[in-house]
Ligand binder design. Structure first.
Ligand code: ADP
Ligand code: MG
Ligand code: MG
Length: 514
């Protein structure tokens, strides 16, 4: 059969081809834990009272085309991003100058900062921090140029609960499997080939990061069992994504871990006199595990703190000697405001954290324009652009939030700002929309096939373990481990502004390099 061109990828499938591909995809997904718990709208809780059901995670049928140069650059600069964000997290004075603009107008950031100050007053009991980061990008192609070369532009940088490292490894293996069993028509053989498909090692590599922290921790008492503690949301539909990390932690590193819903922190953990964190599993009340590493997969959203007691729980965890992934300062370093300040043209900030000019230049090249909405000159210009419907359609407005579903897009910005008191505008940043080149694919979600134009977002994971300096030299410190830890490709319909898979907009995907 004749080969199709890139513009015709992926091809239309015949009914028989589609049936073969989808039946293999469905079974492979469940057999390999490429799965999520069903949405309540899809399976009502009364239909599954014991919570045994799982369903295939939303995935693309084909691996999406991705420019090789952009993919390679994203992976290559991840260690620079690790260095950048670990340096920011160590620089309390600098972070304070950022957070100060948000105090009083962003309650969540204010609470996080106050929690940091309370721990600081007692003195931090642990000088090691772990980051399991994810830097997210889209391909940008300026259509106004004659022969526009694709470049990689950062959507955001995540310092807490960077998800999908588990499922990402599985979806790249799924696409490879579909290739192996000839589920892709032979007309695609010059495009979808083994060398072009990129396997993501994220599950294994992130687990190795948790294991590195676990091993670096110095226990307070010999012969006490040690564990890593996953602090999780409850219920968690994306539980299998996290389970893949847990299983890799145990099977590949011999490290025991437990899952603890954030809301149950105070009933199952305690701090001893030297602030060692002890976890007592409910099934074995006579055994206490010393927690080496706290891995937050919860606590990043105000919704995780419905009661005052939840802030007590966060403080309790932060005070402990366990290594935090992330520490509260690392969590704060992930504020969108930090990304805006770093992206300010000609600012000294990037140089401060990345002294090597060549490295800083490569990182700088990935920034899209981001503006403050404060009273600075740039801020006043941005306020004007955001409030005017004619210009607002080129932008996205972001609060200091994580987890998807919080942004305001394009034409919705002016009416949103109209209702927001001006004193609160500086809690948001205004970012130019990245416009990726048009692509198509098909997404299988809840058993339904959606075909059409799609937008892909590449996430690159990074593992970084570092030691803070002490006293006034806190910002010196040293990086003990740093590596690029695989990738994630998320793909959404081009009609959707949001891209979150768990939030119900996107699908997990893998890269077919071109
Ligand atoms: P969150 O921390 O909630 O994930 P993001 O900054 O990643 O916030 O924004 C959520 C989604 O909005 C992204 O996954 C992406 O689909 C879209 N988005 C955000 N910023 C941009 C941008 N500058 N250009 C295009 N799309 C964007
Ligand atoms: Mg985020
Ligand atoms: Mg995001």
């Amino acid at each position: 059969m004749a080969s199709i061109s890139l513009a015709d990828y992926p091809p239309e499938l015949s009914k028989e081809e589609e049936l073969y591909l989808i039946s293999n995809l469905k079974d492979w997904s469940i057999a390999h834990g490429l799965a999520v718990r069903p949405a309540p709208a899809f399976v009502q809780p009364s239909q599954d009272p014991s919570g045994v059901l799982a369903t295939t995670a939303p995935v693309t049928l084909f691996p999406s085309l991705f420019p090789a140069s952009c993919f390679e650059e994203g992976l290559a600069i991840q260690r620079a991003y690790n260095e950048l964000y670990s340096a920011i997290a160590r620089d309390e004075a600098w972070l304070q100058s950022i957070v100060e603009e948000l105090l009083g107008i962003d309650d969540f950031v204010t609470k996080l900062w106050q929690t940091h100050l309370m721990v600081k007053e007692e003195g931090y009991a642990q000088d090691l921090s772990l980051g399991l980061f994810r830097s997210d990008y889209m391909v940008h192609q300026d259509p106004s140029e004659a022969n526009p070369a694709p470049s990689l532009k950062q959507v955001e940088f995540n310092t807490i609960a960077s998800s999908f490292g588990g499922l990402s490894s599985q979806v790249s293996a799924l696409h490879r499997y579909l290739l192996t069993i000839d589920a892709y028509p032979s007309s695609t053989s010059s495009i979808v080939k083994a060398e072009a498909l990129q396997q993501s090692r994220s599950a294994s590599s992130l687990a190795k990061g948790l294991a590195a922290a676990h091993k670096a921790y110095v226990s307070s008492q010999a012969n006490r069992p040690l564990c890593v503690l996953f602090i999780v949301q409850d219920p968690e539909r994306n539980v299998f994504d996290q389970r893949h990390l847990e299983y890799a932690l145990l099977e590949e590193n011999g490290v025991r871990s437990f899952r603890l819903p954030f809301g149950e922190t105070l009933s199952h953990t305690k701090l001893d006199a030297d602030r060692t964190l002890l976890y007592t599993p409910p099934n074995s009340p006579s055994t206490s595990y010393e927690v080496t590493t706290i891995y937050f997969r919860a606590g990043y959203s105000p919704d995780d703190y419905p009661k005052d007691e939840d802030w007590t729980a966060r403080l309790h965890l932060e005070k402990s000697r366990a290594i935090k992934c992330p520490s509260i300062l690392t969590h704060l370093a992930g504020c969108k405001k930090v990304q805006q300040v770093l992206a300010t043209p000609h600012s000294p900030h990037l140089k401060r954290f990345l002294p090597d000019e060549k490295v800083a230049a490569r990182v700088l090249a990935t920034f899209a324009p981001i503006y403050p909405l404060d009273s600075s000159e740039a801020g006043r210009e941005a306020r004007r652009l955001a409030a005017d419907p004619a210009s607002a359609s080129r932008y996205v407005l972001k609060p200091q939030r994580e987890g998807g579903g919080n942004n305001i897009y394009r034409k919705a910005i002016p009416p949103f700002l109209e209702k927001l008191p001006e004193t609160h505008w500086p809690a948001y940043i205004l970012m130019e929309m990245i416009e990726p080149p048009p692509l198509t694919n098909a997404i299988l979600r809840n058993g339904e096939l959606q075909k059409g134009g799609v937008i892909c977002e590449l996430g690159v994971y990074g593992v970084c373990l570092w030691r803070d300096g002490s006293g006034a030299e806190q910002n010196k410190g040293e990086i003990l481990e740093s590596w690029e830890a695989g990738y994630l490709l998320r793909t959404k319909g081009d009609q959707s502004e949001e891209g979150g898979v768990a939030a119900g907009f996107g699908a997990v995907d893998s890269c077919c390099l071109v």
